[in-house]
Ligand binder design. Structure first.
Ligand SMILES: [Mg+2]
Length: 227
């Protein structure tokens, strides 16, 4: 590998994210428990979120709007203003969460920083991702921060053009096979999958990946064994 740039996904690769969504979903199910079963609420919320991605993109703001929309639909427009207020509060709680770095992240960044250009490639709400990076205390390791509306082939191509490198000089590290690995392999880059124990249903893919440009590790520190 003749690498110049190592790009890291942020949510559930550098820091904890998905568990906060799971906790909030639980609270949402409790709020709406009088209207439907948890199973149906789960299914309806996911359906609303996926349907809204093209309108709102990824992130907490879109998630809050999807919870309100789901609550209105499930209750036949009968939820009280208090319930709407409670859902808005759930969103603010998420936005105020402290950033918890995942194990080994600082060691890895500190070691790789002198050998490669390090980049963050994340998707989600611009303001929220910027705020999280600032709170994380690790932004000084990075040469460039890319916040994409969608992690697809075209946006990764844009990133490598911006970085002025060839695709094979990029290595992407992330927890989502669908967003961090597949599109990068598609454009000729390298990718390392660091699975996180919880993955959002929309990010899950069924098939396994076979490529000499792909590796899977159990934890992020393993990068130091071959980079
Ligand atoms: Mg992620």
């Amino acid at each position: 590998m003749n690498l110049k740039v190592i790009a890291f996904d942020a949510d559930d690769t550098l820091w904890v994210n998905e568990p906060y969504y799971r906790q909030t979903e639980e609270q949402f199910y409790n709020l709406l428990g009088g209207y439907s079963t948890q199973h149906e609420l789960e299914r309806e919320l996911l359906k609303t979120e996926i349907g809204n991605l093209t309108f709102y993109g990824y992130g907490i703001k879109g998630f809050v709007l999807s919870m309100i929309e789901t609550a209105l639909r499930i209750s036949n427009n009968t939820i009280s203003a208090e319930v709407v207020g409670a859902i808005l509060d759930l969103g603010k709680q998420m936005l105020n969460q402290p950033i918890e770095l995942l194990d080994g992240v600082e060691d890895v960044l500190g070691t790789l920083k002198s050998k490669y250009r390090l980049v963050v490639a994340t998707k989600g709400d611009l303001l929220d991702q910027e705020r999280k990076l600032k709170k994380s205390g690790i932004s000084h390791y990075f040469h460039h921060i890319e916040i994409m509306s969608e992690k697809d082939d075209a946006n990764y191509l844009k990133l490598i053009r911006h970085l002025d490198i060839a695709p094979q000089e990029l290595l992407m590290v992330g927890n989502s096979l669908k967003s961090d690995i597949m599109p990068v392999l598609n454009i000729g880059g390298n990718a390392v999958h660091v699975p996180y124990h919880i993955t959002w249903a929309h990010e899950q893919i069924e098939h396994s990946i076979e490529s000499e440009k792909f590796k899977s590790v159990v934890e992020i520190r393993e990068l130091l064994g071959f980079l």
